[in-house]
Design a binder for this molecule. Structure first.
Ligand code: X8Z
Ligand code: ZN
Length: 619
């Protein structure tokens, strides 16, 4: 499988064990292709022995696959692709076989730990292959091809060749709509050849999911949250409806600023925002166009981008700084091997997967990150994000293999983001000598606006990617409708439109890493909500009394201890137990992100007075 994200290894944190925890009740009657049990009902001791053996076998295959994946992700070529496909297929076959066998013990009265392991075995895969010869190899080949097409994607404009880094940098900096459109259309064009393969991937993994007793691959993905799959979909709707009005306010304000800058012919006053004007290829983070939306008359005295350059930070110094935040909370320093084996910058001489990821290669102490770090505020934040994965992995290293994962996949994504919230506060930047003077309250709105361009702008994107994939997997949309439906969803959730009519062969969802690499995306939506819950709880624990956005937990050992108590649980318990251990709450709750941004939301409502906000189909 492609990149750092193979089936057993979830997401961009290559966590060792299968994905998130599961409902106590199987999602759908899971009796399908399970061979009949030879003797009478198996005993609890046999069930336990099976789970333990399965665990040992998977841990071994997983470690092997991780080494192969690492080689592939840091050196894409014919041979590493071959090896990845081979290792991936072997792992997939073993997982499918063990998942089918695990179902034999459904009715056996086993202890709670074994019960959870059996359930995890059954919902562990992102892309299961059908249980027949050649199916896993076919799926792995398609998947590797999709990942490589993405990671080696390039296009030519005005005689210059662009890869994703270069196109992204140009798009972020340019205020010429012809240039932003060229970057955007150029990058989207790399995905057109993926469409057929994507349809094949959906068909192959659906066959596997059905064999395991799930309606389709999407239902399998939704079953990892300690609740029924349909209840989970409803839960994400609930969270989205809590935050959608705030997003709409930010959209309204930003659209007006873009209209003022570019005029009606480029950005009309009403309707969707043109997707290439927001400074990011997928318009999932608008912070690069802060200068366009900056409030008039309220100054912002520093830019983290500039401070990092002025103070001569390089990628290693950024990572060392990130590490020292975690050690200030009481976590042990990263091992020497982390520094020896990680990839911190894009190598000049070979193709690599540049999309940032964190790894736990031996499921014990061989943790690494893989980034193509640029010295800027965005990557400073990403460093903290990736290290969050690594510190989580180390915290649960003493759990049995099947529990070596986050409470649910949103937790894995949320930890580093939560720490990142402190790491970009002026309070902290001042403490570590990056910023000479902490700005006064008059800069709170500019600060919150910058954060919202990153965090609030992300929310609809975080939800829509998997809304689209769920429809692909369920068969609601066919290959011919892939792109049109993508834009319907982008229009509905983000309120954006393409700069021009899309070509008939376009496959724009494939121009997003997580689609090409089959990394489930709802995790990031959950993380966007959870990280603020963690922040609110942590700042309460630290006795913080000021505005939540100014709170830094740097050096707060007691917070670190409590955080560790949650992290070291891994996925041994349903996620509400883990959430409760750190925050005292058992539900995901968007009131924390709303609390954090409350002063900005009030300010936006003021700015938007008299404006017609929203767009067709918006909430
Ligand atoms: O993929 C990532 C991380 C690696 S897990 C860099 N993120 C999502 C994305 O880039 O789309 C972090 C934010 C959302
Ligand atoms: Zn991540």
């Amino acid at each position: 499988m492609s990149a750092a994200c193979l089936a057993l290894l979830t997401g961009c944190a290559t966590t060792s064990a299968p994905t998130a925890p599961v409902a106590e009740a199987p999602p759908v009657a899971p009796e399908p292709a399970v061979p009949p049990v030879a003797s009478a009902k198996p005993t609890p001791a046999e069930a336990k022995a099976f789970a333990d053996e399965a665990e040992t076998k998977l841990a071994d295959l997983n470690e092997y696959a991780q080494h192969v994946q690492w080689m592939g992700a840091t050196f894409i070529n014919y041979d590493t692709e071959w090896l990845q496909t081979r290792a991936d297929a072997a792992l997939n076959e073993a997982q499918v076989s063990l998942a089918l066998q695990a179902a034999k013990y459904n009715d056996v009265d086993v202890d709670a730990v074994t019960r959870r392991k059996l359930l995890l075995l059954r919902v562990s895969q992102v892309l299961p292959a059908a249980d027949k010869p050649g199916a896993a190899a076919d799926l792995a080949a398609v998947n590797t091809r999709l990942g490589s097409t993405y990671s080696t994607g390039k296009f030519t404009w005005n005689g210059k060749v662009y890869n994703l880094d270069e196109a992204s940098r140009t798009m972020a900096a340019s205020r010429d709509p012809k240039v932003t459109r060229a970057m955007w259309e150029g990058w989207m064009s790399i995905a057109a050849p993926m469409k057929g393969d994507y349809a094949k991937l959906a068909q192959l993994s659906n066959a596997g999911a059905e064999g395991l007793g799930f309606k389709d691959t999407g239902a399998l993905w939704r079953s990892g949250y300690d609740m029924a799959p349909d209840a989970f979909a409803t839960e994400t709707d609930r969270l989205w409806s809590q935050v959608a009005p705030f997003y709409k306010n930010l959209h309204c304000y930003t659209r007006r600023k873009l209209n003022e800058k570019y005029g009606d012919s480029v950005q009309p006053k009403f309707g969707p925002i043109r997707a290439d004007l927001l400074g990011n290829m997928w318009a999932q983070d608008w912070s690069n166009i802060y200068d366009v939306v900056a409030p008039k008359g309220i100054k912002s005295s520093y830019s983290l981008d500039k401070l990092l350059v002025q103070k001569k930070y390089d990628p290693i110094k950024m990572v060392k700084t990130g590490e020292s935040f975690y050690t200030s909370l009481g976590f042990a320093a990263l091992p020497q091997t982390f520094w020896e084996r990680s990839q911190f910058t894009r190598p000049k001489d070979r193709e690599v997967v540049c999309h940032a990821s964190a790894w736990d290669v031996d499921n014990l102490s061989d943790v690494r990150i893989k980034m193509c770090t640029n010295v800027n505020g965005e990557d400073f934040y990403t460093v903290h994000h990736e290290l969050g994965h690594n510190f989580y992995q180390r915290a649960y290293k003493d759990q049995p293999f099947l529990f070596k994962n986050s409470a649910n996949d949103g937790f894995h994504e949320a930890i580093g983001d939560f720490v990142g919230l402190s790491s970009v506060t002026p309070t902290y930047l001042n403490q570590i000598g990056l910023l000479d003077k902490v700005p006064d309250e008059s800069e709170d709105i500019p600060y919150l606006l910058k954060m919202a361009l990153q965090k609030v702008a992300f929310l609809p994107f975080g939800i829509e990617v998997d809304r689209w994939r769920w429809e692909v997997f369920s068969g609601k949309i066919t290959e011919a409708q892939y792109n049109q439906r993508w834009w319907e969803l982008v229009g509905k959730y983000q309120g954006l439109s393409a700069p021009a009519v899309r070509p008939s062969n376009a496959f724009d969802p494939g121009a997003k890493y997580h689609v090409a690499a089959s990394v489930p995306y709802t995790r990031y939506f959950l993380a966007a909500i959870l990280q603020f819950q963690f922040q609110r709880a942590a700042c309460d624990q630290a006795g913080w009394k000021g505005p939540l956005a100014r709170c830094s937990i740097y050096g707060e050992r007691a917070v670190g201890e409590k955080l560790n108590a949650m992290l070291e649980m891994g996925q041994s318990k349903p996620w509400p137990d883990a959430l409760e251990a750190f925050t005292g709450q058992r539900d995901m709750d968007a009131t924390a992100i709303l609390d954090y941004f409350a002063p900005l939301n009030a300010w936006l409502e003021e700015q938007n007075k008299g404006q017609t906000c929203g767009w067709e189909g918006s909430i």
